[in-house]
Design a protein around this ligand. Structure first.
Ligand code: IMP
Length: 446
């Protein structure tokens, strides 16, 4: 017997820069048109802020679809979950009157344990800039990643190590959990002790087992085999929206490695992170800021260190949703954007924060890089080599009008329209959505 899934629709929203492009707003806007919104990668390192009716919600683990009634909010197997944070986020939403009964969590998602956060912090300290660490370290090429210290990298590393990992499903089985944690804690404690003798936090397997079993009891009603759940939805002709976290340039395989996150945070992560096969996703909306930002370490060729950068940072409120860190700001990098659209297979673009550029007399767009080996229009997906790139800019006229009230493309000033059209032509992907402010209404569809 053949099982048809043809009536079903699966789309995705994915960031095409270094994160914080405004994906949360777009997902929230689209969510009510879908039956389920699915997170497939990352963890509490992500910060999606959504403004509904003037109220700002900051989401880290919970899919932005939670704010739309009757939409399933699914955390797929590719996500790494800090159960304390997840429960706290759900409680905060409930306290604000949000119905969270549509929340479903994969039994195969991995857990971020307390020792992962300690490992994340320790690694970052050990990798701290050479200047801070004395003469024996000054030859180091790779410095700290500038992680969110949410334990993301160590949790994914244990997932790949296999025997030292804990999955959501394990929380429901005390015997399995106790046995795994006994072995894991002795290994982790030995490593911490050897790296930081006498200073490390000691992890107690019995205590951790009790704590995790309690968390498992609270999460139990939400736990499910989400690969089957999503397949059932597809057979029923229901629609699914995948919500990318972090972004394409932070993808562990295709981003500015090693200055990346530890998951496939491009659209390429959808299959492994959800169990839905790649051909199911037919529309991929690439979200891109009208300029660039980055948090943490790693190269960003168009970074601005002047008053223009400061002004954009202030107007765009470019301070991290997750860590509060000021974001690095730069001109839009079309070389990187065209590459990211290719990797994530973007079928359309959504340009966000265009209003923030209002007031800049000229706008610059990077169209090539000058490298030690000559000019190139190709992105260099290597965080060490890319640090030698000098951007070659094209300059366009800016606009000074307040565009936050514009609701159609024609209402935008001619210079703003020309800027969008230049992006579209360079990347070769149509811009279908332009966001001119944080609220749902401040959105232009073309
Ligand atoms: P990690 O994901 O915490 O390991 O951090 C790795 C790098 O990715 C750091 O530079 C972080 O600042 C960055 N990063 C991770 N998630 C996000 C995000 O959602 N937005 C922006 N940057 C992120």
């Amino acid at each position: 017997m053949v099982h048809e899934r043809t009536g079903s629709r699966a789309n995705a929203v994915v960031g095409l820069q270094w994160g914080d492009e405004g994906k949360g707003k777009l997902v929230d806007l689209l969510a009510s048109e879908f039956d389920a919104v699915v997170r497939y990668n990352g963890g509490a390192n992500a910060g999606h802020s959504v403004v509904v009716g003037g109220e700002r919600y900051a989401l880290h683990l919970v899919p932005s679809g939670i704010l739309s009634p009757d939409v399933l909010a699914v955390i797929g197997n590719g996500v790494v979950i800090d159960p304390h944070r997840l429960l706290e986020e759900l409680r905060t939403l409930q306290d604000r009157g949000v119905d969270t009964s549509g929340m479903v969590i994969s039994d195969r998602a991995h857990i971020v344990m307390p020792y992962h956060k300690a490992e994340d912090a320790l690694r970052e300290e050990l990798l701290a800039p050479a200047a801070d660490r004395g003469p024996e370290q000054t030859k180091r090429v790779v410095s700290a990643i500038g992680t969110t210290r949410r334990g993301i990298g160590p949790a994914y590393a244990d997932k790949v190590h296999r025997a030292t990992a804990i999955r959501i499903g394990d929380l429901l089985n005390r015997a399995v959990l106790a046995s795994k944690l006994e072995m894991i804690c002795s290994m982790k404690n030995a490593v911490f002790e050897s790296l930081h003798p006498g200073e490390h936090e000691s992890f107690d397997a019995v205590q951790l087992t009790d704590e995790m079993v309690k968390l498992g009891e609270l999460l139990a009603p939400m736990i499910s085999d989400t690969a089957y759940l999503l397949d059932d939805l597809r057979r029923e002709g229901k629609s699914i929206l995948f919500e990318g976290a972090n972004a394409t340039m932070l993808d562990v395989d295709h981003g500015t490695y090693p200055y990346v996150t530890s998951s496939n945070s491009s659209a390429l992560g959808i299959g492994p992170g959800s169990g839905v096969p790649p051909q199911a996703v037919t529309k991929i909306i690439g979200v891109v800021k009208a300029y660039c930002t980055r948090v943490g370490g790693g190269p960003m060729p168009t970074e601005l260190f002047d008053d223009v950068g400061d002004a954009i940072r202030q107007r765009g409120r470019e301070f991290g949703t997750t860590t509060g860190r000021p974001r690095r700001v730069g001109w839009l990098d079309l070389v990187a954007l065209k590459y990211a659209a290719m990797i994530s297979g973007a079928t359309e673009l959504c340009i966000t924060l265009l209003d923030v550029l209002s007031g800049e007399p000229e706008l610059k767009l990077a169209v090539e890089y000058e490298m030690p080996s000559g000019r190139t229009a190709r992105f260099i997906a290597d965080g060490i080599l890319l640090s030698d790139a000098t951007p070659i800019y094209e300059t366009m006229h800016g606009f000074s009008e307040d565009i936050t009230g514009a609701r159609s493309f024609d209402e935008l000033p001619p210079n703003a329209r020309a800027y969008i059209e230049r992006i579209e032509a360079f990347v070769g992907v149509p811009v279908r959505t332009v966001s001119v402010g944080p609220d749902r209404e401040q959105t232009i569809r073309r």
